[in-house]
Design a protein around this ligand. Structure first.
Ligand SMILES: [Zn+2]
Length: 221
C-alpha cells in the first residue's frame, strides 16, 4: 500500500471518528449501534463491531474491500457488508451511514406504509435531500440477503429504510450523508407527530424545482 493511500485512509479515519461522535452527540445512535464508513478508492474505512460511536478512536477502525472483507485494522461491524453493497451499487457515493435512529426506525415498523416510498414529502428540504425512501424487507442484521437486497435498492435510491431496523444513507461525502440522514430523521418525526391527521405534502408539481444536484435522476428499477 503506497504512502498516498495510507494518508487518504488516515484522513478518512479522522472524518469517520468525527462523524461517529457527532451522530452519538446528536442522539442519532445509542449503545453500540450505528456504523459509519468512507470510501478510499477500492477500500472502505468503517467503524468496528461492538464499540460505541461515543468512545471510538481512529485506532479502532477497520478497513474492508468493496466485498466487505477485512483488509486491515479491527474486526469491522457485521453491517460492513451492507456498506460495501451500497458502494458497489453507487459508484459516486463516498460515504455511508447506517443508524437505528428512533424516529426513522419507528417508521420502519409501521405496517401501512408505501414500500416504494415510505414517507410523504412534508417539506421542500426533505424533497430535495431525500426525495424517495424505499423499504428493504426484514432480514437479520449482517445477513448476506440483507446486503444483497439493499444493494439492489441502492442502485435507484441514495437512502432507504431497512424494515424493523433503521435507515441507511449514501452521500457524495460524509457531510452530505449526515445532512440527508438528519433530514430523514426530522421528517420521520414530523410524520409521526402528524399521525392520524390529514396531511398536505409539498405539491407534486413543485418537484422539478426542488431537485438536488446530489440526487441522481429517477431511473427505472
Ligand atoms: Zn443496524
Amino acid at each position: 500500500m503506497g504512502r498516498a493511500v495510507i494518508d487518504q485512509l488516515d484522513d478518512a479515519a479522522r472524518r469517520v471518528v468525527e462523524a461517529a461522535r457527532y451522530l452519538h452527540d446528536r442522539g442519532l445512535t445509542h449503545g453500540s449501534t450505528g456504523n459509519v464508513s468512507v470510501r478510499v478508492g477500492e477500500l472502505v474505512v468503517v467503524t468496528p463491531t461492538g464499540l460505541s460511536l461515543r468512545t471510538l478512536t481512529a485506532a479502532d477502525l477497520a478497513v474492508v474491500d468493496l466485498n466487505g472483507t477485512r483488509r486491515s485494522g479491527r474486526t469491522p461491524s457485521k453491517e460492513a457488508v451492507l456498506h460495501a453493497a451500497v458502494y458497489r451499487a453507487r459508484p459516486r457515493a463516498n460515504a455511508v451511514i447506517h443508524t437505528h435512529s428512533v424516529w426513522s426506525t419507528a417508521v420502519s415498523c409501521l405496517r401501512d406504509i408505501d414500500e416504494d416510498d415510505a414517507l410523504p414529502s412534508l417539506t421542500a428540504y426533505y424533497r430535495m435531500r431525500v426525495g424517495v425512501l424505499p423499504i428493504v424487507p426484514f432480514y437479520p442484521p449482517g445477513a448476506p440477503e440483507l446486503a444483497a437486497h439493499a444493494g439492489r435498492v441502492a442502485a435507484r435510491a441514495h437512502c432507504m429504510l431497512l424494515r424493523n431496523h433503521g435507515p441507511i444513507v449514501a452521500g457524495d461525502d460524509l457531510d452530505h450523508a449526515l445532512d440527508v440522514l438528519e433530514e430523514l430523521e426530522h421528517t420521520a418525526r414530523l410524520r409521526l407527530l402528524l399521525d392520524g391527521r390529514p396531511i398536505v405534502p409539498v405539491p407534486a408539481q413543485a418537484a422539478p424545482r426542488l431537485s438536488d444536484p446530489h440526487i441522481d435522476p429517477p431511473q427505472e428499477a
